[in-house]
Design a binder for this molecule. Sequence first.
Ligand code: SF4
Ligand code: SF4
Length: 390
Amino acid sequence: MANTQLKNELIAYSKHIGIDKIGFASADPFVTLKSRLEEQQNLEFQSGFEKGTLEERTKPELLLPEAKTIISIALAYPSKLKNPPQSKKGDRRGIFCRASWGEDYHHILRRKLNMLEEFLVNKVPSATSKSMVDTGELSDRAVAERAGIGWSGKNCAIITPEFGSYVYLGEMITTLDLPEDRPIFDQCGSCNKCVDACPTDALVQGGQLDSNKCIAFLTQTKELLPEKYRKKIGNRLYGCDTCQVVCPENKGKNADHHSEMIPDPEVVKPKLLPLLKLSNREFKEKFGGISGSWRGKKPIQRNAIIGLAHYKEIESLPDLYKLMHEDPRPVIRGTAAWAVAEISKNDDVYQQLLKAEQTESVAEVSVEIKNSLQKLGNGFKPLEKEMKNL
Ligand code: SF4
Ligand code: SF4
């Protein structure tokens, strides 16, 4: 009874500090999740960003001795840009996914969880707790599902009836025994829109994701991207929203009541060409505050080059040549070598690639240059004709 009262006080306080949803789950081991994670591991579907062992990720007690309850919180974020700048020919723009708009959500959630923790300690000084956001061992989604925040959609996101899947999730494990909430039943039904819309078939079946194919993960890698995915990435600089945008549960959902989450359109939909020329300091100044910058400048610049190729942005060729010849990072040289041949098949591109071939010393970049030369050779009619006439 006393704990029901404490739970109600926590709920009231959470509303007071701007938490949109709160739910309470038992800290029992996540048995189903464990077998799902094992399957993911066996199928090699994991992203490599996961933290902790399988045991730690599924047994809250290993993270906090005598854990009894996990409190799950959700904060709703905006899905629409006000006055979005246009992406025009000669001045193309890329896009960061919605979850990375506004202030880095790790900071926002951490502040809220700290406040909740303080509140709890004031009420029950003997209670201990441990909070985590996204980068912790526990699965935010499995906790949120158990705590009744929303159901786990076929797109692998937690879908809340109030805000759709546009919610940030965080949780706090506590030694306090608080009454549990009931999970919400799965409402996807026969809908399969997210699975059908995924550009890379990463949603293997409803609710199972092959991270190696998922654009959201691919945009965060630091290596050369497999060629088959480059054209699928389009103008995405970080993350992918497709399986959320097509979801009927997200229709009309645009929570804009948290001022710190309101995005700056020039940051989250930036011009591609200037992005290629930013120093580390300039990059940090402009993008350092959003979560989409956590992997640094290189993956964003690699993706910007892919975006320019996607738009066949002829005006970018001089800058891409410069990167291909002079950039110290092989990933950038290699991606530029691929991009120039995607953008144009003229003789200038061919000559620039030949020049780069002579000076390139890194094998994987040389492969990119050779592939582009081959591509041009095949489709480059004037040169072929000239050669036949000799
Ligand atoms: Fe597919 Fe994009 Fe969703 Fe990943 S984030 S599953 S690539 S639609
Ligand atoms: Fe579920 Fe349909 Fe939304 Fe996919 S698109 S998560 S199947 S409701």
